[in-house]
Every structure is written in structure tokens, then in C-alpha cells.
Design a protein around this ligand. Sequence first.
Ligand code: FAD
Length: 264
Amino acid sequence: MPHIAIAGAGLVGSLLAIHLSKRGYSIDVYERRSDMRRTTIGAGRSINLALSHRGFRALQEVGMEGDLRQIGIPMYGRMVHATDGSQSFQPYGEAEQAIFSVSRAELNKKLMTAAEQQANVRFHFDHRCLYFDTDDYELHLQNTATQTEQTLSTDLIIGADGAFSAIRGGMQRSDRFNYSQQYLEHAYKELCIAPLPDGNWAMEKNALHISACKRFMLIALPNLDGSFTCTLFLPYQGSPSFDDLQQPDDVLRFSKLTLPMPYR
Ligand SMILES: Cc1cc2nc3c(=O)[nH]c(=O)nc-3n(C[C@H](O)[C@H](O)[C@H](O)COP(=O)(O)OP(=O)(O)OC[C@H]3O[C@@H](n4cnc5c(N)ncnc54)[C@H](O)[C@@H]3O)c2cc1C
């Protein structure tokens, strides 16, 4: 049975482990963080994400569409908020067509558990990939719990270790490897709309809420607990920008003038 090592047990690494195990490969997944099912990890990235047909299909292919419906909220369209407070609903498709607001952590946990249920998949948490040696085709790993290092030789190594991939870092040191990186003018900040006192959603639950002006955009996705997670995209510099928002008063002024949603 060919053996595959995957660096990173995020959404891609975990889902890939399920797919490849079903094709008969033997899989070891190395994840630098502790097992998120057993420890509390700070959000770091967005709390929820909008999953569209492509993501839905990937889960369907491994028989997990039911899991998605347990942890996701269908959003049948976008609710556009104008600065005067008026709202207009724009459906994404026909009656039952939706994208899903899904908890990133819960989805990741479900994917890990489903992968682990395959006999030929093993997860190794607290294992950081230090570098990838393309000449010898070896993966250098550090067990961050014991501070020990190991070198792994295997049939295939797959990098699913996210934005600052150590695997890609190793490949960049090989001949004729092209790489480019561009930075956006915009940064983002997560905000929250709390549930109403009776536990209900403060806005339409089954919609992706958007408020946009020329220079910024605020979106809000519903969570199962009655809250919304909002993301404010705003330029680093200029006016308005995150640079402008230094004091609490600046933030209040900006929000009253420009953002119609009741976030805090
Ligand atoms: C603010 C924000 C909002 C987003 N919203 C959406 C959305 O609404 N819908 C959507 O589809 N996508 C969204 N995305 C994109 C989505 O998050 C990514 O496409 C997705 O997370 C990529 O999954 P991944 O498994 O490749 O990487 P990641 O999710 O980053 O996972 C990488 C994993 O590798 C581990 N790792 C990193 N380095 C090492 C190492 N050296 N050794 C071992 N393990 C390592 C990490 O701990 C992590 O577990 C959003 C991204 C951001 C930043």
C-alpha cells in the first residue's frame, strides 16, 4: 500500500486524508497544533465560513453532507444593508439553493474524526513540519511536545499546511521554482452581533448580510447560537481606514456613520 504523508490537518489536509484513504493509501497526517477536539484553541482565523456548492460537493463525495447540515445554517441569498438602514434580499439561486454558514472549527473536527475512522489514517498532533528536503525527498519534523526531531521518507508528501507552508518553503529552494506573493490593500477585523435576549438572531437568520461602501465592506454570517460573526474589510491606510481608527471614539464615529448593522 503506497504511503502518503500530509503536512497540516486543516480543512484541506483532513478532507484529503479521507479521500485518499478510500483509494487504499496509507496516510499519516502531521499537524503542528494540538488536537483541537481536546484543547481550546483561540480562533486565529475566521470563526465561520461560507461554504458554497464546491465545498458542499467535496463533503458529499465522502458522505458528510448530513454532518454539514448539523453544523451549518443555509443562507438562501444576500441581504444588502444600505446606509439608510433599508435592506434588500437577493436570492443566490432557486428556492432550495443555498450556501452554508458553517463553524470552521466544528467542520475541521468532524473531518478529522471521519478521517480517523478509516483504518489506514493516523493523525500526529504537535508535529511541526520544519522543512522539506526536495533533493532527498524527506520531511523533517519536530514533535513540539517532546522537542524531538525526526526525518521521514515516504512515497508521497503533500503540503496542506496553509498560507506560510513549510513544504512550499522547501520547494522554493529548488531550481526554477516560481513563486509570487501579493498583499491586499485591505485588512480585516472580526466583530460580533450577539443574540437577542430571547436567544434569537438579531437579523434574518438565513442570509449572508452585506453592507458595502466604496472603500470597505462589512459582512455577517449567522451562527447556531443566535449570534452573527461579522468581518469588516477596510484599507490599512487612507480615509476611512484602520489607521484612522486609533481610539474608541474613532471606532464609534465610524460605525455610526457608515455601518448599519447592530454589531459590537
Ligand atoms: C478571514 C478569512 C475568511 C475566509 N472565509 C472563507 C469563506 O467564507 N469561505 C471559504 O471557502 N474560504 C474562506 N477562507 C479561506 C479558507 O480559510 C482557506 O481556503 C482554507 O482554510 C484553506 O484550508 P487549508 O487546510 O489549506 O489551510 P488552513 O486552514 O490554513 O490549515 C493549515 C493547517 O496546517 C497546519 N500547519 C501550518 N504550518 C504547519 C507546519 N509547518 N507543520 C504542520 N502543520 C502546519 C495549521 O496549523 C493548520 O491546521 C477565508 C480565509 C480567511 C483568512
